[in-house]
Design a protein around this ligand. Sequence first.
Ligand code: 5AD
Ligand code: SF4
Length: 446
Amino acid sequence: MTSQSESTVYIETYGCQMNVSDSELMLGKLEASGYRQVDAPDVADVILVNTCAIREHAEQRVIGRLGEIKSHMKRGAILGVTGCMAQRLGPAILERASHVSLVIGPDGYRSLPLLVDNARRGARTSSTNFDLEEQYEDFTPRRFDRVKAWIPVQRGCDYRCTYCIVPTTRGSERSRKLDDVVREAESVVAEGMSEVVLLGQTVNSYNDGVNDFGDLLRAIGGVPGIMRLRFTSPHPNDFSDRVISAMAETDAVCEHVHLPMQSGSSQVLKRMLRRYTREKYFECAARLRAAIPGLSLTTDVIVGFPGETDEDFEETLSAVREIGFDDAYTFKFSLRDGTPATRFPASETVPDDVASDRLARLIESVRSNVRDRNLRLLGQRREVLIEKEARRGGLLQARTRDFKTVILPGERSMIGSYATVELTGTTGSTFTGAVVRERKPLPMAV
Ligand code: 5AD
Ligand code: SF4
């Protein structure tokens, strides 16, 4: 064994599932080069912080964390910053934080072992070139989750929503070849998992030059052993009839779509360059619901976008009410350098106290709508996949196909298997369940 084979790596991940998936790829790559994963920074030779740039708050958290890590680094350890914030700030991170020696953007992970080696010899490097060919096809991810697998199918984004930093940090859209994704899904089943989540910035615009997203869903749904198929996040404009038919006709595709709305006002949507109106969004939700009985819908909403009036915000509130989302992630607009939104006149900025007030009202409205919907589900039966131990002692956490969280009693050995539960109670957001029937072991479990 070389001395490097005893080296250890610790990785901390912020941001979206794409970042989690990237961390799995990075860890896989480093393990292939002889590194062993550890779960605390103070025992690691290499510390990586995989960052998000989507809102200022996300970046501030990382800056705070980098400061904390400094005092935990063992002698000779190196610290690298990867991901979207690394891409956005590049060498400026090296200038501002002398204990960081490595900055790598989302397209640069192929060189990770080399750059880490150099850093351990004293080099300080920033690597932020885009590579439109890069799909990390030959990497073997080191998966964090033992029950469901994140599979990236597309990198980058070609939409130009005016609030969004992602096109700047992740470059142009590119799709993996369908056969490669199928191969990964087969290997996931061989590892004992039965749920996959396809990832892309606008995942349903997937196109590998031959196949569209509908073809991909049918192909992955046809892999023996795949019982649940999900994807995130789609764009409302890319739900063609072909894609919706594929969803409806592929048994594994779960009855849940996370469909970012962002605003319920056509005026605001136009300025966001979302490329749909309130009516078009409603129509998309209706088409999905008509094709897929029992579909649950969740969404993302931004409040306080430049120029958003009280009337615009009321339209967002009414859209949330009328559509009847099963959940919504709500955000206060954060102005990011380098996004088109910086070009709106300062006079259109929504004052922070107004934006905070709108956010609080929106959260309240979402909560009460979701609670009402969930109360109506009590007594129903659902199939769940048991995912992990719940935070509260002795219980398990499971998910329905329509993406409800259910807490239930049971043994650790049930993790990874399916059960039918009756929904017996709800906190408003999550459920408690009683097992009616267990289905164990998994057909393809190892
Ligand atoms: N400010 C606030 N929220 C944002 N999002 C993206 N960019 C911003 C921003 N600048 C939200 C969107 C997106 C989710 C991942 O984050 O709602 O769907
Ligand atoms: Fe954050 Fe967006 Fe990058 Fe994901 S793609 S890490 S959400 S900035």
